[in-house]
Design a protein around this ligand. Structure first.
Ligand SMILES: Cc1cc2nc3c(=O)[nH]c(=O)nc-3n(C[C@H](O)[C@H](O)[C@H](O)COP(=O)(O)OP(=O)(O)OC[C@H]3O[C@@H](n4cnc5c(N)ncnc54)[C@H](O)[C@@H]3O)c2cc1C
Length: 386
């Protein structure tokens, strides 16, 4: 067991940290105020090659592992930024890499690696199918040349800043499959060619997160947009879920560390009743508790990433890391709010922005209740609750 980062991992951390220092807290606040996607930041990350870190070298990526990818996202959020603006560019390609055809891989992966093509929209959730994905109604009907897709998706993030989308649709109706996770397929769709067949309606959210309702009407896609085998889409999704859990946990850990740093600094400086508030145990104990929670989550997350990189089963660790990290960053955010007193809600201190941003991770990409169900069922062998 080795808890030290190696030289390469330290270099990754230093490189991302240096890039992030060019995008200060005011940059992120300004983007939010203007309701603007952080285009300059995402371009800089793409050009530096950080978003292609998981793509093998033969396709032009850095060919590094999940541990290094986790460090990249942690550093973005630790700098006060928001990795969710670009995290999907790192992992959505995983389905193509593992299950795509030789042609799909050769055509798209090098462009995703060099950042000239964005595949950072992932379309799964529907108005009547969130946690229960098997209930999706979007349907892809086979034709002579390919498929015609109709349906509706919701909360599809970065859609307006992506060249392609990976879309999940049913290809066999739910009532005609043996297992409800059968009969769904993944499609890799070039959004530059869809015209008006997909209409996007932005959803206003409590943070600067570009997310949309999609109305899909008679969208014709060629046969070769299917990823892997028809009907196996849900299995392909499951393959990529651990990567997503680990990377989202990393963002939470970055948020948690950012919050703790703010709380420590402010509580050391702010004098009330003639002494720094950090001298009071009522202030320092909650910060110490939140710090331990973040550290514990980080340990679990690097355990998950390490197992992932060794090709070992890591579903339990990845789920636990996502849960622990999102709860820890929320606790750290709340403690920091308390520490800052009234100034916590003042926009110029940035605490309230990060607090709103980190709350998302308790809900998406999977809600923590569903993680608890996973652990109860798969780790503890309790009866399935739904
Ligand atoms: C900002 C944002 C961005 C997103 N981006 C994307 C994206 O890019 N692509 C995409 O496909 N999706 C995206 N999502 C969707 C996200 O994955 C879903 O919101 C999430 O999976 C939960 O689904 P739901 O919102 O429909 O909640 P529901 O499934 O309706 O659940 C509501 C609540 O009930 C709880 N619940 C449900 N069943 C049980 C049970 N059996 N036991 C205990 N509790 C239960 C849930 O945990 C949840 O808290 C995004 C969501 C948000 C908010």
């Amino acid at each position: 067991m080795n808890f030290e980062f190696n030289e390469l991992q330290n270099e990754v951390r230093a490189g991302v940290k240096s890039l992030c220092s060019r995008f200060d807290l005011n940059y992120w606040s300004k983007c939010e105020k203007e309701g603007r996607y952080p285009e300059e930041f995402v371009t800089a990350m793409s050009e530096a090659g950080w978003l292609g870190i998981l793509i093998p070298e033969e396709y032009g990526g850095a060919g590094l592992g999940m541990t290094e990818a986790a460090i990249v996202l942690e550093e973005i959020n630790r700098s006060g930024g928001m990795g969710a603006a670009c995290h999907a560019q790192m992992y959505t390609m995983g389905s193509v890499l593992r299950h795509g055809s030789k042609e799909q891989k050769e055509k798209y992966l090098p462009l995703i690696a060099n950042g000239s093509l964005r595949l950072q929209a992932f379309g799964i959730t529907e108005p009547d199918a969130g946690s229960d994905t098997t209930k999706i109604k979007t349907f892809a009907k086979k034709t002579d040349n390919g498929y015609v897709i109709n349906g509706q998706k919701i909360f599809i993030s970065r859609f307006q800043h992506s060249d392609m989308i990976l879309l999940l649709a049913r290809t066999t109706p739910l009532d005609q499959v043996k297992k409800k996770i059968d009969g769904m397929s993944l499609f890799l769709i070039d959004l530059r060619e869809v015209g008006s067949a997909i209409e996007a309606k932005p959803i206003e959210t409590m943070m600067n997160h570009e997310t949309n309702v999609l109305f899909i009407n008679d969208l014709e896609v060629p046969e070769d947009s299917l990823v892997g085998e028809e009907g196996k889409g849900f299995y392909y999704l499951l393959d990529g879920i651990n990567a997503e859990r680990i990377l989202v946990a990393s963002e939470c850990i970055g948020d948690g560390k950012w919050f703790i740093e703010q709380a420590v600094r402010y509580s050391s400086e702010r004098v009330v009743f003639d002494r720094p508030i950090g001298k009071n145990q009522g202030i320092q104990f909650p910060i110490a508790k939140a710090y331990m929670a973040v550290q514990a989550a980080e340990t679990m997350n690097f355990k998950a990433a390490s197992k992932f990189d060794k090709g070992l089963a890591c579903g339990e660790e990845a789920n636990m890391a996502k849960y622990l990290a999102s709860e820890a960053s929320w606790e750290a955010g709340d403690v920091t709010m308390t520490t800052f007193g009234g100034y916590g809600v003042a926009v110029e201190y940035h605490i309230e922005r990060k607090w709103r941003e980190t709350r998302l991770f308790r809900t998406a990409p999977i809600s923590n209740n569903l993680v608890l169900s996973y652990i109860a069922e798969h780790s503890l062998r309790l009866p399935r609750s739904y």
